[in-house]
Design a protein around this ligand. Sequence first.
Ligand code: AMP
Ligand code: MN
Ligand code: MN
Ligand code: MN
Length: 278
Amino acid sequence: MIDLHAHTLASDGGDRPPELVAAAAAAGVDTLAVTDHDTVAAVAQARAAGERLGVEVLAGCELTATVGDRVVHVLLYGGGLLEPDLADAVQVARHARDERNRAIGERLERLCGVGYDDAVRVAGASALSRAHFALALVARGAVADVPEAFDRFLSSGRPAYVPAPGVSVTDAVAVAGKAGGVAVLAHPGRLATAERDRVLNEALDAGIDGIEVWHPQHDPDLRRSLERLADRHGLLATGGSDYHGRHKPDVHIGTGTNANVTVPADRLDALRDRLTSG
Ligand code: AMP
Ligand code: MN
Ligand code: MN
Ligand code: MN
């Protein structure tokens, strides 16, 4: 089984790197890519665990990028991402994130008295994201549940929303190139149909190497059309569970029973052929 999209505590997942790999092993995953948001900090530990548990761990990350005023995610794969200068390039968006998180905290503080420090406490060792602001709002009784936190405060267009800062898709592709790796547009299905074509075109213009086809949020029709698009342009087609541990309890690691996230073995071979190191 192949799962090329998973998160740890180094970003907004719920598992420490060895826990993630243990969960993958238990689910029957042979090849796992660790793809935290804007960091490769968990990869080395995950690899060590992978060696013990018989799981091949590919180095990756999920970069926050922007197309116009849209935030899009670009998955990078390649062992070269662990080189110190590239690891720093990967983290660029991360530094800008702290300012953004403080801005969200200020807005929430004004709106309902739940602020930055509350979210930091919830996040613990994880990189702070809107998911933690949502949990803090629930913990403090400002909203009943996480969906309400997003609907009332945190989603795009709501009063505490501040867009995540990101690099351009061109820059994301360049980082992948320097790493001897590849850049893949993550879950295009998360975009509204009208925006999807614009983002796909921009990604193609930027020299993107692949498209994430298999994802929990992609239905069969979308998977088929994305796979055709990838083939038409000679691009890689990848996929994975987008596992976040307990932060997204409905999402399970591995791809066994979920056709949406089942990556065919030949697609992994094609990815491997493009990586100069794992
Ligand atoms: P950020 O990267 O800080 O913008 O936050 C993204 C996090 O918020 C991810 O973990 C998302 O899954 C989560 N998120 C975004 N929108 C929603 C939503 N409507 N309901 C629940 N979680 C969401
Ligand atoms: Mn996430
Ligand atoms: Mn994503
Ligand atoms: Mn993800």
